[in-house]
Design a protein around this ligand. Structure first.
Ligand code: CAA
Ligand code: NAI
Length: 247
């Protein structure tokens, strides 16, 4: 029996990186997956590739920072599939700079996408999850949110804020049969990490007990566990998937 058979899952930021790998992983387990992403070109392309691999997927363009756009994406999902079971709040951006050089615009943009975007998406899907009396909300935090990281004032603030939201929603929604959990990945091999100077990556690897960066599949497998019935009694948890940086 597949672990997500006939579940309807929205994965934000699924046109690339970790979200894309999660879409493939969920598809393999029988889910119907909406790739909800800002990047229309990559999203359409990836969705057609996943369809060719035999998965039930749809691309819907969304800007998670824009409430109207999120509401439209959620409505389109519900109209198409008749229900929503799982939301993976995976979309995220970086605008790294040392505190002294970070512009107020870049501070705000990262908060709008990485923190407020999760508020919009979760609030928009909530009525559908409540209607079913069951649902899974997964929130992508980061080692930067729990540990801090040089050059990431905006990003660390958003990712730490997500942990507060996760625990609050776990308390509010547990009684409605909805599990809310966070995954806090360590440095993972995607376009996001390609921007980090090589010198910094070398330093980082030395701090990781596993001595390697994460792979998108390492994170996708954690999403899968938290999306499946196997985690029905896990609520308000922050699952660190970082090779042992945080312990
Ligand atoms: N950890 C430790 N030291 C770091 C560091 C980090 N993450 N980032 C930078 N430094 C150090 C540099 O090695 C440098 O040290 P020295 O002065 O000894 O040479 C010092 O900080 C200043 O760095 P720069 O000379 O590069 O300064 P800059 O102003 O040109 O650039 C920066 C600053 C934009 C922050 C750049 O250093 C940078 O991009 N750093 C990486 C930031 C980072 O780790 N981002 C994570 C992106 S991946 C992600 O976000 C996913 C996730 O959730 C973890
Ligand atoms: P990525 O850059 O490969 O993919 C992010 C996706 O989000 C892209 O497809 C992008 O188009 C989409 N996106 C960006 N802004 C959006 C918006 N406003 N609305 C909708 N979609 C938007 O990044 P990656 O690495 O796959 O990151 C996925 C998540 O994992 C992010 O939340 C990131 O912060 C988090 N993370 C990543 C780590 C890493 O080392 N790669 C480590 C810890 C957390």
């Amino acid at each position: 029996m597949s672990r997500l058979q006939d579940k309807v899952a929205i994965i934000t930021g699924a046109a690339n990186g970790i979200g894309l790998e999660a879409a493939r992983t969920f598809g393999r387990e029988g889910a119907k997956v909406v790739l909800a992403d800002f990047d229309e070109e990559a999203g359409k392309q990836r969705a057609s590739e996943l369809k060719e691999e035999g998965f039930e997927v749809t691309f819907i363009q969304v800007n998670v920072a824009d409430r109207e756009s999120v509401d439209q994406m959620v409505k389109q999902t519900a109209d198409q599939y008749g229900k929503i079971d799982i939301l993976v709040n995976n979309a995220g951006i970086t605008r790294d700079a040392m505190l002294a050089k970070m512009s107020p615009e870049d501070f705000q943009l990262v908060i709008d996408v990485n923190l407020t975007g999760v508020f919009h998406c979760t609030q928009a899907v909530l009525p559908y999850l409540i209607e079913q009396g069951k649902g899974k909300i997964i929130i992508t935090s980061s080692v930067s949110g729990t540990y801090g990281n040089v050059g990431q004032t905006n990003y660390a603030a958003a990712k730490a804020g997500l942990i507060g939201m996760t625990k609050t929603w776990a308390k509010e929604l547990g009684r409605k049969g909805i599990n809310v959990n966070a995954v806090a990945p360590g440095f993972t091999e995607t376009a996001m990490v390609e921007k980090v100077p090589e010198k910094v990556i070398d330093q980082l690897k030395q701090q990781i007990p596993m001595q390697r960066l994460g792979k998108p599949s390492d994170i996708a497998n954690a999403y899968l566990f938290l999306a499946s019935d196997e985690s029905d009694y896990v609520n308000g948890h922050v699952l660190h998937v970082d090779g042992g940086i945080m312990m």
